[in-house]
Design a protein around this ligand. Structure first.
Ligand SMILES: [Zn+2]
Length: 266
């Protein structure tokens, strides 16, 4: 019996350690700034509570801007606003636009030429498990079923990838994943990378399921999504779910139904 109590106590401690942070976003600076922006993070009051549901830490994102030769998108503001009005119900598109100064960020259609993903296949870091690259790949495959015009292909040469996914031991802040992305002058996303931690900041190892969930969340950023207050969605800053929500899917579909750039009159 004492052993049972001890195990329960350990489980509660484990949940308490599964602590999460609200990453507060800083809107990207307007062109021509090329500076990377780092989010500041604060520990939420709930993070010390043992009764919190299973959580996965959020992350800070770094956004940079560089000019590209990509053609300007074809834009019809009235059509953009009509699609938003028709499609926004049941999505968190307005939360994203609010954080982006009313700009939509997305990749060009990449169905014919899929985005090349390189997932670091091995790591000598403690607690790395051979299943982790598989879980990360499954996370990409999950997003391909969300109905976006972006396909993924997995490459073995990191130098030829569009999006590298690498493992890090832990972050020096209470986060467990980080996505960097770069957009161009039209708000096309032109590059991205993901780091996934193997440990909480405290040193506690993350579980295989957490690796999957963190990667799911980070890929949402890669695709142009931002955080939502809706805790049923994978894009909550503090993730409480283990799969995409209907709102995640509808939001990313809406993001890809309109061109990048401003959704309002300049
Ligand atoms: Zn995030």
């Amino acid at each position: 019996m004492n052993r049972t109590v001890a195990v329960l106590a350990l489980l509660l401690l484990g949940m308490a350690a599964f602590i999460v942070v609200q990453a507060r976003r800083v809107p990207p600076r307007p062109l021509p700034a090329v500076a990377a922006l780092v989010d500041s993070s604060t520990v939420s009051p709930e993070s010390t509570s043992a009764v919190a549901p299973t959580l996965v830490p959020g992350e800070a994102d770094l956004v940079s801007v560089r000019s590209s030769a990509s053609p300007a998108p074809r834009r019809d503001l009235a059509e953009i606003q009509r699609r938003l009005a028709d499609g926004e119900s049941g999505t968190y598109i307005r939360e994203i636009l609010l954080q982006r100064g009313d700009n939509n960020a997305r990749w060009p259609d990449r169905q014919i030429e899929p985005l090349r993903i390189w997932i670091q296949p091995h790591s000598n870091l403690p607690d790395f498990h051979a299943s982790y690259p598989v879980r990360a790949r499954e996370a990409f495959e999950r997003w391909t079923r969300a109905g976006v015009p972006v396909a993924f292909t997995f490459v073995v040469d990191s130098a030829r990838s569009d999006i590298p996914v690498v493992w890090v031991d832990k972050f020096d802040m209470p986060i467990s994943g980080r996505t960097r992305w770069t957009r161009d002058q039209h708000w096309w996303i032109v590059g991205s990378s993901i780091e996934v931690a193997l440990h909480h900041q405290s040193g506690t190892p993350l579980e295989p399921d957490a690796i999957y969930v963190i990667t799911l969340h980070e890929i949402g950023h890669v695709l142009g999504l931002d955080h939502t207050q809706d805790e049923r969605s994978i894009m909550a800053a503090r993730v409480r779910v283990r799969d995409l929500s209907v709102a995640d899917e509808h939001t990313v579909q809406l993001v890809y139904s309109i061109p990048p750039g401003s959704v309002v009159k300049p």
